[in-house]
Design a protein around this ligand. Structure first.
Ligand code: SF4
Length: 170
């Protein structure tokens, strides 16, 4: 890189990989699927309001799973709703991500022991990339989780390294 750096030193030129540019573009415009399941969804909506304004990260709520990159599961996932969550996830284009927001979605929350109708963790039906703890987590916690997700997108690669699945570095 030393030779190239000197060659383009005065030219306002940045040298990077195509994958780096694509990942940067994607992490700055992750579109969110807009649905909420219970009280955590109120905090999720508050993250879009003026005080936190999650849209400054390029987040755009979309009503169609086919246009979305991220599903935020915010609230209690009942067994009846779990099949719908899975169906929506399968309708999303790849690469796709899931953020589990709140104790209910993470592990069943207050329904963990006696809630016979509640799924004990949404990761039983869809793969989760980021877990946000709390009952409910505040909007700031969602912003923190979003930044963790952006780090994951920044490291995304289609180059398969030895021993690692596609999309993850070894
Ligand atoms: S984690 Fe708490 S705030 Fe969130 S949906 Fe469950 S009960 Fe409601």
């Amino acid at each position: 890189m030393g030779l190239l750096d000197k060659q383009f030193d005065d030219g306002n030129i940045v040298i990077t990989s195509v994958e780096g540019v694509l990942n940067w573009a994607r992490l700055c415009s992750l579109w969110q699927m807009s649905f909420g399941l219970a009280c955590c969804a109120i905090e999720m909506m508050a993250a879009s309001a003026s005080h936190n304004d999650i849209m400054r990260f390029g987040v755009l709520p979309r009503p169609s799973p086919r246009q979305c990159d991220v599903m935020i599961v915010a609230g209690t996932v009942t067994l009846k709703m779990a099949t719908r969550v899975k169906r929506l996830y399968e309708q999303m284009a790849e690469p796709r991500y899931v953020v589990s927001m709140g104790s209910c979605s993470n592990c069943g929350g207050p329904y963990w022991e006696h809630g016979y109708h509640v799924l004990k963790g949404v990761d039983r039906v869809v793969p989760v990339d980021v877990y946000i703890p709390g009952c409910p987590p505040r909007p700031e916690a969602l912003l923190e989780g979003w930044m963790r997700l952006q780090e994951k997108v920044r490291d995304f690669t289609l180059v398969k390294e030895k021993g690692a699945p596609v999309g993850e570095k070894a």
